[in-house]
Write a protein that binds this ligand. Structure first.
Ligand SMILES: Nc1ncnc2c1ncn2[C@@H]1O[C@H](COP(=O)(O)OP(=O)(O)O)[C@@H](O)[C@H]1O
Ligand SMILES: [Mg+2]
Length: 367
């Protein structure tokens, strides 16, 4: 997939603008505070119906405007064009349009526009809470396995039931046993999808990592969220009184995690910040490869402030890997000289200058 057109209105400080991005490399350059990250934020909004900078969308809407809107035209893997639109009003009204129809959920946007974000926050993948790694894992599973989302929704429902029952005890035993069965079925299904995904991700991740940095012996492993040798129903029975005490279910796929280890050590305990960033980049690029294989269409990479995150050598290595993926990339930087050169001559590169919220295309990829 690639965005062939993006129209942004009233997002942060950006003046209304329509961009015609290159299907491959797009570089947004400009001074600090000019609006580069806001362009990425607008694209992110289109793909996920939320920002990566603020939990709520209100701060994204331009001061004194009633709503922000982003439209995009997406070239799908099968050659068709799809149009996406999202708008958010100050009062809180949300509208998602896909091909002229109102869409109900953000999952439909995500399905059409798989986005990968590489920014300073995404480097928290290794050291942050397990939830961040679960989201990373599930993003990949969601994009390669269509049965994942319904299973995940079933799990959430069964889990809500169980947690409510643990706290208030209002359901009779037979009904609760039925919910527990549903919980275990959905959990096993999710665990299966995640396991299959990690098996496919591992070798791709290892190959990409080795092209970025020499960290031999780093292993990625998956922890499913409950004892690997016991069935979930058995684990739930054994921990029932403890679950009742704390008022929620402790074991299950809602506790799954990914581990990165080097020998007996946690990667975060021994790797430098820079090395951790490269590991995260390798994980995110590996996910892009799996999405390409599954959908025959690539995901779109949003890379914020690349030069300030990586040194020259690793920046180049990362750019090569992104170029190899044949996907659409939006990269922001202050000094565009750092990223202008080094691309293959047949790679279409478009450059955009961002200044006080005005985005102008300075180099067309078709030239
Ligand atoms: N809701 C808003 N309305 C108008 N301007 C905003 C809003 N939110 C943030 N800004 C301003 O928009 C500018 C854009 O910043 P940003 O996109 O982070 O720039 P860059 O990534 O180029 O450094 C900042 O100067 C910020 O003060
Ligand atoms: Mg920025």
């Amino acid at each position: 997939m690639s965005l062939t057109r993006v129209t942004v209105t009233a997002v942060r400080n950006l003046h209304p603008v329509t961009l015609s991005p290159s299907p491959r490399i797009n570089i947004l350059h400009g001074d600090n505070g000019s609006g580069k990250t806001s362009v990425l934020e607008a694209i992110h909004l289109l793909g996920l119906a939320r920002s990566f900078r603020s939990a709520r969308l209100l701060p994204v809407i331009q001061y004194e405007q009633v709503a922000c809107t982003v439209f995009g035209q997406v070239l799908l893997a099968d050659g068709r064009l799809s149009s996406l639109g999202i708008s958010r009003e100050r009062q809180g009204d949300f509208q998602i349009r896909i091909d002229g129809q109102n869409a109900r959920s953000a999952a439909q946007l995500a399905e059409t526009l798989p986005l990968q974000l590489i920014n300073p926050d995404s480097f928290r993948l290794l050291e942050g809470a397990p939830k961040i790694r679960r989201q990373f894992l599930d993003w990949g599973v969601f994009h390669v396995e269509p049965r994942f989302l319904p299973a995940w929704q079933r799990l959430q429902k069964a889990l809500r039931q169980r947690n409510s029952w643990l706290r208030h005890g209002t359901l009779d035993a037979a009904s609760q046993a039925a919910w527990d069965r549903e919980l275990c079925l959905a959990s096993d299904e999710i665990d299966g999808y995640r396991r299959t995904y990690i098996q496919a991700l591992k070798p791709v991740f290892e190959r990409i990592l080795s092209e970025l940095v020499d960290l031999n012996g780093l292993t990625l492993s998956y922890n499913r969220g409950w004892d690997k040798d016991r069935q979930l129903d058995e684990v739930l029975r054994a921990s029932l009184s403890r679950d009742q005490q704390i008022g929620h279910t402790q074991a299950g796929p809602q506790r799954a995690d990914l581990r990165l280890r080097s020998g007996v050590h946690n990667a975060t305990d021994i790797l430098s910040r820079g090395q951790q960033k490269l590991v995260v980049c390798a994980l995110r690029i590996a996910q892009g490869h799996l999405v390409s294989q599954a959908k025959r269409g690539q995901c779109i990479y949003l890379v914020d402030d690349l030069p300030s995150e990586l040194d020259e050598q690793h920046r180049r290595a990362l750019c090569c890997l992104l170029e190899e993926l044949h996907c659409q990339v939006f990269i922001t930087c202050v000094d565009h000289e750092l990223l202008r050169e080094g691309w293959r001559t047949d790679t279409p590169v478009a450059m955009f200058h961002v200044e006080h919220g005005c985005v102008t295309q300075t180099h067309d990829h078709r030239e």
